[in-house]
Design a protein around this ligand. Structure first.
Ligand SMILES: [Zn+2]
Length: 670
């Protein structure tokens, strides 16, 4: 069978790819890679060219085969494709575990490091260091029995994490609240009420029926005038999957088990606790640095947060409980700032925003962005663009897929289509997917964005530039690959800053009828929303981050998690809004118990500090200052994961990262 996933063309043959191509292609590449690896190790090949380059090529081939599959599964889903996709996941996991736990391969990399390190260029050294670190984190060096135990722990962790998720989902789905008296709905947006009406009808009852999904929960807490209704939703939401609900969905025991499994796995591969294990792949050096960072930021944000709460209580005229804060905040915000996201849409027609975004990137980095037609795309709404250097040489490209449609996953993201590789035996330019879910155009009228959506586009484009402008030749440290989790949001959040600036506004805004750009006084109001209750929002994030980090750093098998005590201590130290004693937030904290943020939730704030500080250099020299932009390009964007993230930052900024610029951006500076 001719399999389009196995073609060696520079871009995927999307129109030819069918679900039945997926598993055979993946099996074939995995088999070929396995045979090639066996041949390689048997041949006694050594050195960078003999060992590392062939492995890079193999990984590149696998990534290229799999990338269109994963992408289509996200943006053009079907039952058949999902089945094929799911069938491949265990094959890929098994293959990656095999590689990561292969002691001969690890020894071969070690030998390259021992004999050639001094002659290699920095990106090559970084690649070797990362690879050897990852072998160690996978338990490659353990004696057979302990290696077996490590594998068991990983498998059990995967199952327990999935179960944690299921419990949250089932507990959430099991809760509903019926409303018969229309007066109880006062304040709620019409769309939310209509949805509850339809929900009731489809359940064969009169009145309204609310489920506990996030949009409903947010809407009730923000808009419902009924204090009783807000309290009920708050209670249901913050006790999900806890001992206060049905026993079969109680996550209490799973929390203990997850922390214990992670602790044991971390100790097996030589760390004191899971927090240390987590930091082995991150920019932050050690647990003390993370704790100090979070506590320092909390101390700086807390006075503002206390002030904001006092101001809010004065505005509301009473002491506020946790379920009152969102509601009164919304009213205060409306009264004070008088700016509505919805009303700004006509100023941001998508074609105009896109043109402005490209103009910003072109001006900053001396590149050209040009649409190319005749490319094989998977949907008529998808466009393809080339990125060219000033001299016209192709540097990379991207697929742009911006509109919401059925069978497409929600949210926005950047992903790798092709990674950059440049070796004697193989070469390819980087290609990205940029995906958003904006309202599609209707008739002649283009899609109109809220400012929040404009920020989303800038954010994803920032990730895209990181991937596409890389100069690194080895896929595993090119672009965003190999960049630590707590630094990977630097280029994306950095890019967002431009969409707040008055210098950039004329480029990205133009009223759909009059063509006039967003008035400056409206921009000022918009900018003020950025710092509205920034103190309270910051301490809330810091509370989650500190709880996550301390749970993973302080766990011992003798003492267990000390969940309730740690939560109480963290709240005492950081929080300003008083959580009621029944609050069991941790029982549905999916980021850390079932997502990838275990002992890593601090990354959000960490990257925010870096991006605000990096942008500070542009504020000092002018947002389009060519020299500053070229430095950012050369030190950060082009270097990908090929160098230490802190060194890269220091090279660009000329000093260590500082908190001040973020505090200034949020209006929290002293
Ligand atoms: Zn991002």
């Amino acid at each position: 069978m001719d399999n389009p996933l196995l073609h060696d063309a520079s871009l995927p043959a999307f129109s030819a790819i069918r679900p039945e191509h997926v598993e055979p292609a993946v099996r074939e590449v995995l088999d070929e890679n396995r045979r090639a690896l066996a041949r390689l190790l048997a041949s006694g090949a050594t050195g960078w060219n003999g060992i590392v380059e062939p492995i890079e090529r193999m990984q590149h081939r696998l990534a290229r085969t799999w990338s269109p599959v994963g992408h289509l599964n996200g943006v053009a889903n079907s039952d058949e494709l999902r089945t094929s996709y799911n069938a491949c996941l265990p094959l890929l996991t098994a293959y990656h575990t095999e590689l990561a736990q292969n002691p001969e391969l690890c020894a071969a990399y070690q030998q390259v490091k021992d004999t050639q390190y001094a002659q290699l260029e920095p990106a090559q050294r970084k690649l070797l260091d990362n690879a050897l670190r990852d072998f160690r984190l996978s338990g490659v060096a353990l004696e057979p029995q302990r290696k077996q135990r490590f594998r068991e722990l990983m498998e059990r962790l995967a199952t327990a994490q999935a179960k944690f998720d299921e419990n949250v989902l089932d507990a959430t789905n099991a809760w509903t609240r019926g409303v018969d008296d229309e007066a109880e709905l006062a304040g709620l947006p019409a769309a939310v009420v209509a949805r509850a009406r339809a929900e009731a009808a489809s359940n064969g009852r009169d009145g309204w029926l609310f489920t506990l999904d996030a949009p409903n929960y947010q809407a009730v807490l923000t808009h419902a005038e009924s204090r009783g209704l807000r309290q009920e939703f708050y209670t249901a939401w913050t006790t999900r999957a806890s001992e206060q609900g049905a026993a079969q969905w109680d996550n209490s025991a799973l929390i203990e088990e997850l922390l214990a499994l992670r602790h044991e796995a971390a100790q097996l591969v030589g760390f004191g606790n899971f927090a240390e294990y987590s930091l082995a792949t991150k920019m932050a050096r050690d647990p003390a640095e993370v704790l100090q960072f979070l506590r320092r930021l909390a101390r700086l944000c807390r006075p503002a947060a206390l002030r904001e709460l006092a101001e809010l209580e004065a505005f509301a005229g009473s002491r506020l409980e946790a379920w009152d804060v969102g509601f009164h905040s919304e009213r205060l915000k409306h009264e004070r700032l008088a700016v509505s996201e919805e009303e700004l849409r006509p100023y941001f027609p998508l074609p105009r925003v896109l043109q402005g975004l490209f103009a910003v990137a072109q001006r900053l980095y001396g590149i050209r962005i040009e649409a190319r037609t005749g490319i094989d795309v998977y949907h008529p709404d998808v466009a393809y663009y080339d990125i060219l250097d000033a001299d016209g040489a192709r540097r990379g490209g991207f697929f742009l897929d911006l509109y919401a449609r059925p069978k497409k996953r929600g949210g926005a993201w950047m992903d790798e289509c092709v990674g950059r590789i440049r070796l004697d035996s193989a070469s390819a330019l980087p290609v990205a997917y940029l995906v958003c879910n904006f309202t599609p155009p209707s008739g002649e009228r283009p899609s109109l964005l809220t400012h929040h959506e404009v920020l989303t586009l800038f954010h994803e484009f920032g990730h895209g530039l990181h991937h596409m402008l890389t100069r690194v030749d080895f896929p595993s440290v090119a672009g965003i690959n190999g960049v630590p989790w707590d630094a990977v949001e630097l280029p994306s959040q950095f890019m967002e800053n431009f969409a707040w600036r008055e210098e950039v506004l004329p480029l990205i805004s133009g009223h759909i009828e009059s063509g006039e750009s967003l008035p400056l006084d409206t921009l000022r109001k918009l900018q003020a929303t950025r710092s509205f209750q920034a103190g309270m929002q910051s301490v809330r994030q810091l509370e989650f981050a500190l709880l996550d980090f301390r749970l993973h750093a302080e766990f011992t098998p003798q003492r267990g998690s000390r969940l309730a005590a740690t939560m109480a201590e963290v709240r005492e130290e950081v929080a300003v809004v008083r959580a009621p004693p029944f609050n069991r937030f941790a029982h549905s904290f999916q980021h850390i118990f079932s997502g990838g943020y275990a002992a890593g939730y601090y990354s959000y704030k960490w990257a925010e500090v870096l991006s605000a500080d990096a942008f500070g250099a542009f504020e000092e020299s002018g947002v389009f200052d060519a020299a500053t932009a070229r430095r950012f390009l050369g030190s950060i964007l082009e270097r990908g994961g090929g160098r230490d993230a802190l060194e890269a930052f220091v090279e660009f900024r000329g000093r260590q990262p500082e908190l001040e610029p973020l505090l200034r951006q949020l209006g929290l500076a002293a």
